[in-house]
Design a protein around this ligand. Structure first.
Ligand code: NDP
Length: 494
């Protein structure tokens, strides 16, 4: 039943760290557990502060070595080879990602791994095509001067990624960082080390010089994560994860004034106006609430529907949610498990809280029973809640599971006010057939990204990031290249 189409690439061997071109698999280990059935997948080598220090030193040495002397075109050709090699080992990457996360085969293939490989090609192309600024200026002696800028790397970059889309979100930072000539020390979430470990192998296979890409496994506080972000010789940190973790990292990074790019949590709203295409709004909202079992930072957890449509919308959304097939990655399911039992406990605590806060659970609210090994996994029911007050904790706090609260609104002004009444500001979805309203409402959203009549439609060149508690800075396209580069102005007297 849980047929695994491709063998897990690390079966029977510990996952190593990669430091200065050397695979390190001695020292302390931790366990990588399957969220599908609770089985042990592999043991993982945990990097301590000394190994993290070695990784940072190796990265610094690489910057001073041949890597630092490559032209942008040479560097980017190497990154295109990384993309090719990922595609050659595509099934192994898919298998690794699925083993760690339990996500569906369809999603791992079409989104996580495909986009992960595409990140290397896209940023190689963008960095190769990038020009620089040039300003002629007048001088008092009439000879004039010429200013031009060169893009230098920032230096040693720490990349810290979460577990929900492990490969996509790690490569999204590693690719532009390397394209800009930096050296990277990457730390995946301890829940999802496998696709990053394969990436380390690929880097070696295509001849990325030792120390340019280093991989350290481990946890956050008191482990590899904290050692990395507080290391005095790390110049920049690109982090995706929870807002509270971002705040902790910011404190650690303050002493050595590191550059920071943060993609953090969200409590995103979908606004559905009564003039919206009903079927499209329902199916789009289904996707925006339940994709990846609700574990996407862009997911909608608050759905506001104009009152004349509200009851019908809730009925249809609940009908759709009840039809979702929950199951393992290779079973053609719509909904896989959450990432872990611990995360399921957190999400279930919000299901309980929704009842305590006097919400009505329209569907779901519990844990499915399979009567087989999947009962050892982290599966959970998709859940729709109505009737909560706008100041209820379930409406205010990020849950990061397959749950949304659906509330009615009576006017455009009220919808905008409700959507913006949050400390987060990542995304919003607006569903309407009124073009003027679409533009007007979209602009009023206090977020980094708005979709009109769709959700999670992404062009890699567009700015990605959030406002308020949802992040700092922008990545995507030239925004990523800007973060991972240190422009230097050269002024030449003519
Ligand atoms: P966490 O913040 O718990 O962890 C993210 C990464 O940071 C992990 O690798 C973690 O290590 C590490 N970490 C934790 N504490 C520290 C520390 N003190 N110093 C250095 N590193 C540390 O996030 P999750 O993995 O739980 O991911 C879910 C969160 O990510 C949600 O809030 C979601 O909204 C957000 N997210 C945001 C996105 C965006 O683009 N805005 C996209 C995707 C997710 P470990 O886990 O191994 O302990």
């Amino acid at each position: 039943m849980l047929t695994q189409a491709y063998p897990y690439p690390f079966a029977g061997r510990p996952l190593p760290c990669l430091v200065g071109g050397e695979l390190v698999s001695h020292g302390r280990t931790f366990e990588n557990i399957s969220p599908v059935n609770g089985a042990l997948l592999a043991t993982v080598t945990e990097a301590d502060a000394a190994l993290v220090d070695r990784a940072v030193r190796a990265a610094r040495a690489a910057l001073r070595g041949p890597w630092g002397r490559l032209s942008t075109a040479e560097r980017c050709n190497l990154l295109r080879k990384v993309a090719e090699r990922i595609e050659q080992r595509f099934d192994e990457f898919v298998s690794a990602e699925i083993a760690d996360t339990g996500k569906t085969l369809e999603q791992a293939r079409s989104l996580d791994i495909a986009r992960g490989a595409a990140n290397f090609r896209a940023y190689a192309d963008l960095a190769t095509a990038r020009g620089s600024e040039c300003f002629e200026m007048a001088t008092p002696d009439g000879r004039g001067a010429l200013n031009y800028s060169v893009h230098k790397p920032v230096g040693v970059v720490a990349v810290i990624a979460p577990w929900n889309m492990p490969f996509l979100l790690m490569t999204w930072k590693v690719a532009p960082a390397l394209a800009c000539g930096n050296a990277v020390v990457a730390k995946p979430s301890e829940e999802t080390p496998s696709s990053a470990a394969l990436l380390a192998e690929v880097m070696q296979e295509v001849g990325v010089p030792p120390g340019v890409f280093n991989l350290v496994h481990g946890f956050g506080p008191g482990s590899a994560g904290e050692a990395l972000v507080s290391h005095p010789d790390v110049n920049a940190i690109a982090f995706t994860g929870e807002s509270a973790t971002g705040a902790a990292i910011m404190r650690s990074a303050a002493d050595s004034v590191k550059a920071l790019s943060f993609e953090l949590g969200g409590k995103n709203a979908a606004l559905v106006f009564a003039d919206a295409d009903f079927e499209a709004a329902v199916s789009g909202t289904m996707r925006s609430v339940f994709s990846n079992c609700g574990q996407v930072c862009l997911c909608s957890e608050r759905v506001y529907v104009e009152r004349p449509m509200h009851a019908r919308f809730v009925d249809e959304l609940a009908r759709g949610a009840r039809r979702l097939k929950i199951g393992g990655p290779y079973e053609g399911a719509d909904l896989g498990p959450l990432i872990s039992r611990a995360h399921r406990e957190k999400v279930l605590s919000y299901y309980r809280l929704a009842r305590e806060e006097h919400g009505e659970i329209v569907c779901g609210g519990g844990v499915p029973a399979f009567g087989d090994e999947r009962d050892g996994g982290a599966f959970i029911e998709p859940t729709i809640v109505t009737g909560l007050a706008e100041d209820a904790r379930c409406v205010k706090e990020e849950i990061f599971g397959p749950i949304c609260h659906v509330a009615p609104f009576d006017s455009e002004e009220q919808a905008v006010q409700m959507a913006n009444a949050t400390r987060y500001g990542l995304t919003a979805a607006v569903w309407t057939s009124n073009l003027q309203r679409a533009h007007r409402v979209a602009r009023q959203m206090e977020v980094g990204m708005v979709w009109v009549n769709d959700w999670y439609l992404r062009d890699l060149r567009t700015p990605f990031g959030g406002v308020k508690l949802s992040g700092l800075g922008r990545e995507g396209g030239m925004h990523s290249l800007a973060f991972f580069s240190a422009p230097m102005n050269i002024c030449v007297k003519l």
